[in-house]
Design a binder for this molecule. Structure first.
Ligand SMILES: Cc1cc2nc3c(=O)[nH]c(=O)nc-3n(C[C@H](O)[C@H](O)[C@H](O)COP(=O)(O)OP(=O)(O)OC[C@H]3O[C@@H](n4cnc5c(N)ncnc54)[C@H](O)[C@@H]3O)c2cc1C
Length: 353
């Protein structure tokens, strides 16, 4: 299938979950994997002509868009899911990058497969999921991802990365660190027909019991998907009602010595063990709330009154307003706790060379 003609001056407010008013000068939506090479070539020409970087956009649920994006945007909307049985209890799920992530979670659960059920109701596309190694309720995509295919936009050549080549970390990966270089085209997950609910994260077991199960151990993957979705709907503001990108800050990781000192000074500050690490994670939401930010409004933007980790756009807010508010929050948390918060959403700087 040949590439469609690029679109010009495209309004993006409906293509980002913050609902930021932004305009794409040049945007190519991609619906078929056969379009990728030609599309990357076209975007490279445009990027060279404009002296700007290429931006890859998925569902827009983890970006802060500048008012005008001058450089070319490739919007990934390719669909397709293919199951491959491995002959034991394991199944590979090959997924095209434009598939909505939550649809993949529900399809996997409907097939009775375990692995990604705790990642229910995370917005966005499959192609973006490895970028920040999406995670929630004790799971991360890196725990069952086996392969990522990605095109190097500098050469238009597709590469295949095994999981151990992706440099996955907490909300991080090589694709995030090497921003602007990779267009992820396909992801493969290794799922299992056997398993049981992961209930180590607070609230999951209680939600399963509340859904009518006698024990969390008797839950099916689909019941876990529904229970987690139910918790998330209760806790997080809905972007369809008020613009947001979920958690705006990562939970900071510090040494056990620093965590112990902070726990002495602030006995109620929640801290969590970090898998395969001596470090401990601190609750960013607790620290932000302790600094008085929850529900705070600053012009058109603010901090959700439902969840202190979520910044919101009340209407008419720009990326720069959110970045200014975030900088104030970071400064106050730093001053009070001596801990530096790190932003989660990616700022797409419209005039970036
Ligand atoms: C209400 C809400 C709740 C959320 N909850 C969670 C959560 O629990 N856990 C979590 O981890 N995240 C969460 N998020 C953040 C977000 O959903 C994820 O980061 C998601 O993976 C972003 O997908 P997207 O397609 O919208 O990516 P976009 O926002 O379009 O892009 C995000 C980044 O990925 C890059 N990118 C997108 N597609 C591709 C591709 N095909 N190839 C290469 N790079 C690409 C972009 O360039 C950008 O840097 C939440 C967001 C919202 C709005």
């Amino acid at each position: 299938m040949t590439c469609p003609a690029p679109l010009t001056d495209v309004p993006l407010h409906q293509h980002n979950s913050f609902g930021i008013a932004s305009t794409a000068r040049w945007l190519l939506p991609l619906t078929d994997r056969s379009q990728f090479t030609e599309a990357v070539d076209l975007a490279r020409l445009e990027a060279r002509r404009q002296q700007r970087a290429i931006t890859v956009l998925g569902g827009g649920s983890n970006v802060l868009l500048d008012e005008v994006i001058e450089g070319p945007i490739l919007q990934v909307a390719t669909r397709g899911v293919h199951f491959e049985s491995l002959g034991n209890s394991d199944v590979l799920m090959h997924v095209e990058a434009g598939e909505p992530w939550h649809d993949v979670v529900t399809q996997s659960a409907a097939a009775g497969l375990w692995g990604i059920e705790n990642l229910s109701l995370i917005p966005g596309t499959v192609g973006a999921a490895p970028v920040q190694n999406i995670g929630a309720y004790g799971s991360e995509i890196s725990q069952c991802l086996t392969e990522v295919r990605a095109i190097d936009v500098r050469t238009a050549i597709e590469h295949t990365f095994a999981a151990n080549q992706c440099a996955f970390d907490y909300r991080d990966s090589r694709f995030k660190r090497e921003a602007g270089q990779w267009l992820i085209t396909r992801v493969t997950l290794r799922l299992s027909r056997t398993g049981k609910a992961r209930t180590d994260y607070p609230g999951v077991a209680a939600a399963l019991i509340a859904s009518g199960l006698a024990s969390p151990d008797s839950a099916s993957p689909a019941q876990v998907v529904n229970a987690i979705a139910e918790i998330r709907r209760r806790k997080l503001p809905d972007p369809a009602v008020i613009g947001n990108a979920g958690s705006f800050f990562k939970n900071p990781q510090v040494s056990t010595e620093i965590a112990s000192q902070l726990s002495l000074d602030w006995p109620k500050l929640p801290t969590f063990a970090v898998e395969r690490s001596e470090e401990r994670k601190l609750s960013a939401a607790w620290m932000i709330e302790a600094c008085g930010w929850k529900g705070h409004r600053q012009g058109a933007v603010g901090v959700s009154d439902q969840h202190a980790l979520v910044l919101v756009n009340h209407g008419g807010g720009r990326a720069r307003d959110l970045l200014a508010l975030a900088a104030d929050i970071i400064a106050s948390v730093e001053q009070r706790f001596g801990v530096t918060l790190e932003r989660e959403p990616v700022f797409i700087n419209g005039s970036m060379p």
